[in-house]
Unconditional design. Structure first.
Length: 360
């Protein structure tokens, strides 16, 4: 049917040629066949036009390699077969294009996939960036920038709470040891939304720059949420004259968060275990000091004092005094619970027992 083709006039003209001699018949036959061979269907032509129109909307510099499209556009289109082939070639070339910014976007997505949202105070900027469109190279570049900026702006949440809720970067002190130093990772505290049972297998334990060996130097109990530094290893450290710092580090997405165990040498042969919490104020119990931030709601000052006193009633029935520092003044919690009368620091430390008086 002539209307199926873009232009049927060549066939009509060929059919009108004379055919009175054999030469004319041969010529007419050739003309008809050539005209038919040159017919291009409306459908094929429309498809080619659509493919070309789609290509005109593209910008070659938005893509890694545009040569396949350029080659397809240069293909002949004089027959229906050629038109169909050219249309297919253009469409395939366009489908195979890779945005110039795609590799960077893929890298940003890969970096994000290695992060755990609960490790950070606020992950919403990353989530928003991941939801941005990526249908054009401009959008891809913008999305890549947004993801990278969002990741760079992440603030690591408290990795763990040690003992009495030590914040990330805080310190857990082991002044003396005849037993294992058990560091209790009670929870990950993220914006007051505790995440129980953090994955302790993801931590690295170091003595300075030296990475300690699991089972040899320490053990991990993911059920109890504890990391235990073995007493046999601590004994090798307690012979030194100055504290040794052991760092427990968790790395996520290139960001690390640490908590620290400081092992001090034995004092006067005493075997009691004492731990402390870093903060703004100091509690003194016997020879030793506890640092504490009473403004943190996680800390119960009264319970802490009672626990500290209890720990020091086992030595021949002696009850060690507990002192609390507010600003620059010291108070006797036992005899002055309302902290009305400041004490003379020189008098308190006259026997030199308060070796950690200046721990702040």
């Amino acid at each position: 049917m002539s209307t199926d083709y873009v232009d049927y006039s060549a066939v009509t003209t060929a059919l009108a040629l004379p055919e009175t001699t054999n030469t004319e018949i041969t010529a007419k036959t050739t003309a008809i066949n050539n005209a038919i061979a040159g017919l291009i269907t409306v459908v094929a032509n429309t498809n080619l036009t659509t493919a070309k129109t789609a290509e005109t909307a593209l910008l070659s510099t938005d893509y890694v390699d545009y040569s396949a499209v350029t080659t397809a556009l240069a293909l002949p289109e004089t027959t229906n077969t050629e038109v169909v082939a050219k249309t297919t070639a253009i469409n395939n070339a366009i489908a195979g294009l890779e945005f110039a910014g795609q590799a960077a976007l893929d890298a940003a997505k890969t970096a994000e996939s290695g992060l755990l949202s609960t490790d950070y105070v606020d992950y919403s900027a990353v989530t928003t960036a991941l939801a941005l469109p990526e249908t054009t190279n401009t959008e891809i570049v913008a999305k890549t920038t947004a993801i990278n900026n969002a990741i760079a702006g992440l603030i690591t949440a408290n990795l763990s709470e040690i003992s009495a809720s030590v914040a990330s970067g805080g310190t857990f002190k082991q002044f003396m040891s005849t037993t294992n130093a058990v560091i209790n990772i009670t929870e990950v505290d993220i914006n007051a939304n505790p995440v129980a049972n953090p994955n302790l297998s993801a931590v690295v334990v170091k003595n300075g720059a030296t990475v300690l060996t699991l089972t040899t130097h320490y053990t991990v109990d993911d059920t109890a949420n504890t990391i235990t530094i073995k007493q046999s290893y601590l004994d090798t450290l307690l012979s030194v004259d100055s504290p040794v710092t052991i760092t427990i580090e968790k790395t996520a997405g290139g960001l690390s968060d640490t908590v620290t165990l400081i092992v001090n040498p034995r004092v006067s042969g005493d075997d009691r275990n004492v731990s402390s919490i870093t903060g703004n104020n100091i509690l003194l119990v016997g020879d030793y000091a506890f640092t504490l931030d009473p403004t943190n709601v996680e800390y119960n000052l009264n319970n802490f004092i009672i626990a500290a006193q209890t720990a020091y009633t086992t030595d021949a029935g002696v009850t060690y005094k507990v002192y609390f520092k507010v600003g620059t003044s010291w108070y006797d919690i036992n005899n002055d619970p309302n902290m009305l009368t400041a004490l003379n620091v020189t008098t308190i430390n006259s026997d030199g027992l308060f070796k950690y008086l200046d721990m702040q």
